[in-house]
Design a protein around this ligand. Structure first.
Ligand code: PRP
Length: 183
């Protein structure tokens, strides 16, 4: 699905699929260099990271493994508490592995802060983060991110894995959701 297919639902297109692919190629080249010879484990956080994981992993020239976690926030709001329940854990033992967490977006930073503490306790050789998007103005806690695709405005953004009520994840481009969709 392209932005033109849902043009009435978007107030602005922020990044086209071509821009996303070009940025991913740049990041993949950095990861190729940084992780050469290490067979890193890419850890995707379901569901939103499916798109970036699929595209990033195939843009890499180095061999890598992949595994997945599914998490859910405790509390009233979607990300309000910062305490995360693990719905699906990794199948891979992290001891001695070079682990790169792959995310679609860092919003408040609470999910990744919790996840990174959890993963660090499993004694990986290294632990870093790649996120396709970040909302600097929404962050409640600083997260050290090694690879960032693009910064986003603090608005309702959909596409490339980012959803609104389960919709628009399969939009190839990324855009700001028009207020009439959610008001
Ligand atoms: C998104 C995203 C991160 C989290 C970031 O997941 O994939 O995991 O929110 O938010 P935070 O920085 O405020 O903690 P979401 O819970 O929306 O689930 P999804 O991946 O299934 O869309």
């Amino acid at each position: 699905m392209d932005a033109v297919d849902v043009a009435a639902d978007l107030s602005e297109v922020l990044f086209t699929s071509d821009q996303i692919a070009a940025r991913l190629s740049e990041i993949a080249a950095q990861i190729d260099a940084d992780y050469a010879g290490t067979n890193p484990l890419l850890v995707g956080v379901l569901n939103g990271a499916v798109m970036v994981m699929a595209d990033l992993s195939r843009a890499l020239s180095i061999d890598c493994a992949m595994d997945w976690m599914a998490v859910s926030s405790y509390g009233m709001g979607t990300h309000s508490s910062g305490v995360v329940r693990i719905l699906k854990d990794l199948s891979t033992d992290l001891v001695g592995r070079h682990v790169l967490v792959v995310e679609d977006i860092i919003d408040t930073g609470l999910t990744l802060t919790y996840l990174m503490q959890n993963l660090a306790s499993r004694n990986p050789a290294s632990l870093e983060i790649m996120t396709m998007f970040r909302k600097p103005d929404a962050m409640k806690i600083q997260v050290d991110v090694k690879y960032i695709g693009f910064d986003l405005p603090n608005q309702f953004v959909v596409g490339y894995g980012l959803d609104y009520s389960g919709r628009y994840r399969n939009l190839r481009d990324v855009g700001i959701l028009a207020p009439h969709v959610y008001s």
